[in-house]
Ligand binder design. Structure first.
Ligand code: NCD
Ligand code: ZN
Length: 345
């Protein structure tokens, strides 16, 4: 049997929610990843250090016994975040970044930032305290076509942020376009990007051709094939500027299969197998370890993980759903087969 053993990886962009959903999803991530950067877009959002530490405790409690998993916390930036909170966050060993959601850009982003220039003093504090800024890079202008929102964000905001804060570490989260890839490649080592499995494996046909498939709807939305190819080249090219961030974003099946379905793909159940599939198709399985286990840790200035995880090339069928009753989540590739699986230990 073909196997692939890599250093234990990290998921540098993950939504685990709280309460019952957290308990359902966290074992999937903890089986594969040593650590994950936890997104703060709860309802209400995690905007200060005290809330982040309480959320961290809730996550740790939900990790099944015997699994060794460390949540890396982030704060949700708002127009009224005090500069002092940035310093406090930088001083906490458990807070690793600040997340910027443009107001209205995605799930639970109502409290996000409406005027990006107005929070420049907070970026200045992050630059000074060397705390990374994580950006959901899409404009929210209703006049802007949804497929152009990432590209326009680069021209309108990202270039200016990079110019004004040359030492600020920035992660352009879940890049989806060739323009975003080019932007990241053209900047210094302080600017990096995460790439999701769905944006490596699918283009927008998966969402819209032959029927509308809500489980492929996420933000930023899937793009044309030319963009997918640029993402595959970036992820498999061995550049330390691109690393693994699943953006696994669980929503109840009833809220996805809905006349106004929520944005977010659930991929934690099979994150590494999905990436392995994408890397294998590109003939670049040897590049998976850097992308999954080294570059993210290096960017966040964390030690690389000890231990390994082994993938086996054995076909398996992804379940139709996880959970039961009202509390049901439909995973990416539900009822379809995947060619790699995690070796159980
Ligand atoms: C995310 C979610 O559901 O929290 N949804 C998504 O489509 N990616 C939010 C986000 O990261 O945009
Ligand atoms: Zn996300």
């Amino acid at each position: 049997m073909k196997t692939l053993t890599i250093t234990r990886p990290d998921d540098l962009h993950l939504h685990v929610r709280n309460g019952a959903v957290l308990k359902m999803v966290i074992p999937h991530t903890a089986r594969q990843f040593a650590r994950a950067i936890i997104m703060p877009n709860l309802k209400p959002p995690v905007t200060n250090v005290a809330q982040a530490l309480a959320y961290r405790d809730e996550i740790l409690q939900a990790v099944p016994d015997g699994l060794d998993f460390t949540p890396l916390m982030t704060l949700y930036l708002t127009g009224s975040t005090p500069v002092t909170e940035i310093k406090k966050a930088a001083e906490s060993e458990h807070i690793h970044a600040i997340k910027l959601y443009p107001a209205g850009a995605t799930t639970n982003s109502d409290s996000g930032v409406a005027d990006i220039k107005a929070v420049y003093p907070l970026f200045e504090a992050m630059e000074k305290h060397d705390l990374p800024l994580l950006i959901h890079g899409e404009v929210t202008d209703e006049q802007c076509d949804i497929f152009d929102r990432e590209r326009l964000f680069i021209d309108t905001h990202l270039t200016a942020i990079a110019d004004n804060f040359p030492a600020l570490r920035v992660v352009v989260e879940h890049v989806t376009t060739k323009e975003a890839v080019q932007f990241v490649q053209s900047t210094g080592a302080n600017i990096a990007a995460t790439i999701t499995p769905q944006h490596l494996l699918f283009n927008r046909n998966a969402l819209l051709a032959g029927g509308i498939r809500p489980h492929y709807y996420c933000l930023p939305i899937l793009k044309r094939e030319v963009h997918r190819l640029a993402l595959v080249a970036a992820a498999t090219g061995g550049s330390p500027k691109f690393f693994l961030g699943t953006d696994s974003a669980p929503h109840l099946t009833s809220l996805k299969e809905n006349s106004c379905g929520c944005a977010g793909c659930y991929s934690a159940h099979a994150a590494l197998p999905l990436y392995a599939e994408a890397f294998e198709r590109a003939g670049a399985l040897d590049k998976l370890e850097g992308f999954a286990s080294f570059y993210g840790a290096d960017f966040y200035r964390l030690p690389r993980n000890a231990g390994t995880v082994t993938l086996e090339k054995t076909e398996w069928l992804v379940p139709a759903s996880y959970g039961e009753g009202e509390l049901t989540i439909t995973p990416l590739k539900a009822n379809e087969s995947l060619s790699w699986q995690i070796r159980q230990v």
